[in-house]
Write a protein that binds this ligand. Structure first.
Ligand code: NAI
Length: 286
């Protein structure tokens, strides 16, 4: 008995890295898959069928069910087509993992409009486009559902040279929170994972002048460590968990939260700038 027997799952960007491991793990627990991947490079250029096809072959070789889809998440038509692929093949969709992503890192003054737009389109609009198509099916079907988005510490905490990516990933946090509230009464949970893993996206980041990684570092950073949290969130084990963001890196799992601290409050009148300065340690403290 698998945790996901009879379930249908769509994983975007599942042709490699974290998405591939998530798709393999869902299939291992009995889910039938739509493996979506545009098949391009890390910066989103190019396209091809091979990446998705290889993962489909692996799932089928392991005794599972899977079909490939090569649409881009960055258009509404792409999102609709991949959900339609699930419905045409399997008749329903229970689980959506929004994982597809690209990087175009630049500091603000060096960033082109295209570098901004492309990253926002794949991550933020892509999460919207596929989620909307999925919910248009899940909501009237009335049997709940699972949406698992992919955020990043680059947006939740901030990271140098990634204002486009960080804005998109923080946007996905807000999107997750809002959708979890909108969809709670329909039994559709919406959570996010903020992963840390060595994939083609991250393996060369900050590596200039450093020694090659050891085998144990490679093993510790393997993207397969992200998948158990995705399986958990996709399963009935997490039916009451929604609106949460799970940090997952190696063997560490934690929660990211937005907090509002106690702050300071005046009893009457209005604040002056100088009074804010005087009480700043209270206002911006934990
Ligand atoms: P990856 O580059 O191996 O995987 C991303 C996949 O998305 C690729 O297979 C790519 O072909 C696909 N893709 C790109 N644009 C697409 C589009 N328009 N439509 C459909 N598929 C598309 O990188 P990785 O690391 O596995 O990334 C997966 C997700 O995790 C991304 O959203 C990334 O931003 C996020 N992430 C990864 C971290 C890490 O440490 N690896 C850290 C934080 C977030």
């Amino acid at each position: 008995m698998g945790l996901l027997d009879g379930k249908i799952a769509l994983v975007t960007g599942a042709g490699g890295g974290i998405g591939k491991e998530e798709a393999l793990a869902l299939a291992k627990e009995g889910a039938s898959l739509v493996v979506n991947d545009l098949g391009g490079a890390v910066d989103g250029s190019g396209a091809g069928k091979k990446m998705a096809d290889v993962v489909v072959e692996e799932i089928i070789a392991n005794g599972g069910n899977a079909i490939a889809n090569y649409e881009s998440v960055a258009t509404m038509a792409g999102g609709q087509a991949m959900v339609k692929a699930a419905l045409d093949k399997y008749g329903k969709l229970d689980i959506l993992i929004n994982n597809a992503g690209i990087l175009r890192d630049k500091t603000l003054v060096n960033m082109t409009e295209a570098e901004w737009d492309e990253v926002i389109a794949v991550h933020l609009k892509g999460t919207f486009s596929v989620s909307q198509a999925a919910v248009m099916h899940m909501k009237p079907r009335g049997e709940g559902g699972r949406i698992i988005n992919t955020s990043s510490s680059s947006g939740l905490l901030g990271n140098f040279g990634q204002s486009n990516y960080g804005a998109a990933k923080a946007g996905i946090f807000g999107f997750t929170r809002v959708l979890s509230i909108e969809l709670k009464k329909y039994g559709i949970t919406v959570n996010a994972i903020s992963p840390g893993a060595l994939t083609r996206m991250t393996e060369n980041l900050n590596r200039k002048g450093k020694a090659p990684r050891t085998e144990s570092e490679e093993a510790a950073g393997h993207p397969k460590h992200i998948a158990p949290v995705a399986v958990f969130l996709a399963s009935d084990l997490a039916k009451d968990i929604t609106g949460k963001v799970f940090g997952v890196s190696g063997l560490k799992v934690n929660e990211y939260k937005m907090i509002r601290n106690k702050g300071a409050e005046k009893q009457s009148g209005h604040w002056t700038a100088r009074e804010i300065a005087d009480q700043i340690s209270e206002i911006i403290s934990q």
